[in-house]
Design a protein around this ligand. Sequence first.
Ligand code: LLP
Length: 394
Amino acid sequence: MSFFEYRNGAMHAEGVALAAIAAQVGTPFYCYSAGALRAGWREFADGIKGMNASVCYAMKANSNLAVIRVFGEMGAGADIVSVGEMRRALAAGIPAGRIIYSGVGKKASELMEALQVKVGQINVESSAELETLNAVAGQLGVRADITIRVNPDVDAGTHAKITTGRKENKFGIDIDLAREAFALAGRLPNLKVVGVAMHIGSQLTSLEPYRAAIVRVRELIGQLRADGHRIDRFDIGGGLGIVYSNEKPPSIADFMAVVAKETAGLGCELTFEPGRRLVGEAGVLVSEVILVKPGAAKTFVIVDAAMNDLIRPTLYEAWHDILPVKEARQDTATIRCDIVGPICESGDFLAQNRDLPPLAAGSTNLSFSTKSIKKEIKTSYFNFTLFKNFILIF
Ligand code: LLP
């Protein structure tokens, strides 16, 4: 089932006309489909059937409370990278024991709050963090369950800014230095090593990097056990890609088959931390055309959404599909244009050199609710949206 589709020439989300939503809340706005979120979750839930595994939604992909609540209701855990995300996960009903605290820069105060609420696992990324966490746990008189995130030095074959498993990336502890870090963790009295974690990058469209990374970490697990560590958990991270234009990401079933094969006999409980794959196709950004400016070199379509709403095009040269809310006739001639926001820099674009049906300024009588805008500011964090959003133009 498609959750976003044209009905009688107008784009609908789960049967609700986007124009009707725009009339109520004003543009720009994001619209998410709970049905699509649930469908994504079910694919993962089915994928791990028969495996000793759990799925923690990587909240950085979208930390909207309503979105997290949908996953929480379906039994998800959460992968967080800040105490702000932790509070949101708890507020959305995810039990603390199902929260994994990842991230390269955790503050002592954040670690303290995480231990106080008893998060299930902390994925440590440096020796300095091991020491800090040990001290904080000591102050609280508790022992923290930790994994150490290792950096397996594999090329995930994705955009340079979102590859995380190469030696030159800031993430994890270099796999060649991992045994030393585990030895340190073993000596620190307030830490309990429970496993190993990795996350090699995002928007992966090939399973080979996963295979290579798992093989390396599997070898490491053998060495760590020989060194006397108890390694019960293997956190595989997230990273599975989605289709933005013509990518061919692997199915979740194929991904799970590779993981199951490469981890067979390892005796570890597995954790998956998908983000984009769960939410990336479940939302749209709806924007109104402010004006169209034909130029000598190209036509600019100026809309009321901008790089602050969707930074991916300018940050990653990312391509997001754009469709008009009112369906264009099949035989309409297109014009080549840049879709840009109102922000005062040339980097403020949502698409460049895109062939779209002719667009006109939208209706100006949309009601604009400041109440909903204020609420959004209060409850939202600065995060990059991963959405494969259509940017819909009136
Ligand atoms: N686990 C960890 C430790 C991560 O750092 C990430 C993503 C994930 C899980 C989830 O990965 P996913 O399944 O969503 O690929 N802003 C970028 C994406 C950055 C992702 C960073 N880490 C973008 O818009 O493409």
